[in-house]
Ligand binder design. Structure first.
Ligand code: CP
Ligand code: NVA
Length: 306
């Protein structure tokens, strides 16, 4: 039984296996073939925050694989009604997978210690691994491979950029982030990435133009994540020079693609013009959430009993 709490849980070869399963299932689905690889299996979605993509793509993906899912919101009382060991030991008897979207990564880590089924991180304050898998699946589809490609992220050193940095490091893509002072990726995380992937290129700058130079993909996310609403006004000031607009896209490699995990605040971190430009891949990227996560579910089911 394996978990996916962050991409530190996966080796490069395991990520490649997930991409390969995902691509195979995506190609089959395009031909109308839905293999019931998870028939009879049940996934619970334990969500403390809003979601469109993660919730719907996991539920539809599971249905296509012949399994079923239960959306579990506030009413099950995770962290509120009973001790974590009672909650975890009980709920994991019923389920084959639990997808968690939680305010605190530690809460998900603790749940995993008490569960006997696979736990998948569907976004925490620290990581968004399923997003990064879909992101790199999208880049791989565009360019054929990931090795040596430069990917630029302009914005907050948050859950999305942390997972993207690690995904790039594991897959041999170069990752450059431009964040304002005080919003960079934290040093303990960067040290951990360096230990896990000593040959990786992960670089930080405060200059968006330096980050995007030669980049084949330019990525951004909201300036204030869910739970940071009180910081919105200050962040709008601090991130004012970090908008992805046509001028910045023109400074990247020719025909660079634009990526965003969504939801976006159009007019803030990115202009409408870039969101809707011909090299924007935001819709394909969101579509790949479902395919990548089907890869995760099938791969995790293959690990049981190993
Ligand atoms: N990108 C993403 O995780 O979207 P949702 O918040 O809608 O799930
Ligand atoms: N960084 C954003 C991502 C949403 C998918 C957040 O945590 O709200």
């Amino acid at each position: 039984m394996r978990n996916l709490l962050s991409l530190f849980d996966l080796s490069t070869a395991e990520m490649e296996s997930i991409f390969s399963i995902a691509a195979d299932l995506k190609a089959k689905l395009a031909k109308g073939v839905r293999e019931p690889l998870l028939q009879g299996q049940v996934m619970g979605l334990l969500f403390e925050k809003q979601s469109l993509r993660t919730r719907v793509s996991f539920e539809t993906g599971m249905a296509q694989l012949g399994g079923s899912s239960l959306f579990l919101g506030e009413d099950v009382g995770w962290g509120k009604r009973e001790a974590p060991q009672d909650f975890g030991r009980v709920i994991s008897q019923y389920l084959d997978f639990i997808v968690c979207r939680a305010k605190s990564h530690d809460k998900v880590t603790e749940l995993a210690t008490h569960c006997t089924c696979s736990i998948i991180n569907g976004l925490t304050d620290l990581f968004h691994p399923c997003q990064a898998l879909a992101d790199l699946m999208t880049v791989k589809e565009e360019f054929g491979s990931l090795k040596g490609l430069k990917i630029a992220y302009v914005g907050d050193g948050n859950n999305v950029s942390r997972s993207l940095a690690l995904a790039c490091a594991k897959m041999g893509a170069e990752f450059f982030i431009a964040a304002p002072k005080g919003y960079e990726l934290d040093q303990p995380f960067l040290v951990r990435v360096d230990q896990a992937c000593p040959d990786a290129v992960v670089q930080q700058t405060h200059d968006p133009f330096e980050a995007v130079e030669g980049a084949v993909a330019v990525y951004t996310d909201v300036w204030a994540s869910m739970g940071q609403e009180a910081e919105q006004a200050q962040r709008e000031i601090d991130f004012a020079d970090f908008q992805v607009n046509k001028k910045l896209m023109d400074a990247a490699a020719k025909d660079a693609i634009f990526l965003h995990c969504l939801p976006a605040k159009r007019g803030q971190e990115v202009t409408d013009e870039v969101m809707d430009c011909k090299t924007s891949r935001i819709v394909e990227q969101a579509g790949n959430r479902m395919h990548a996560q089907k890869g995760v579910l099938v791969w995790l089911s293959q690990q049981k009993g190993k």
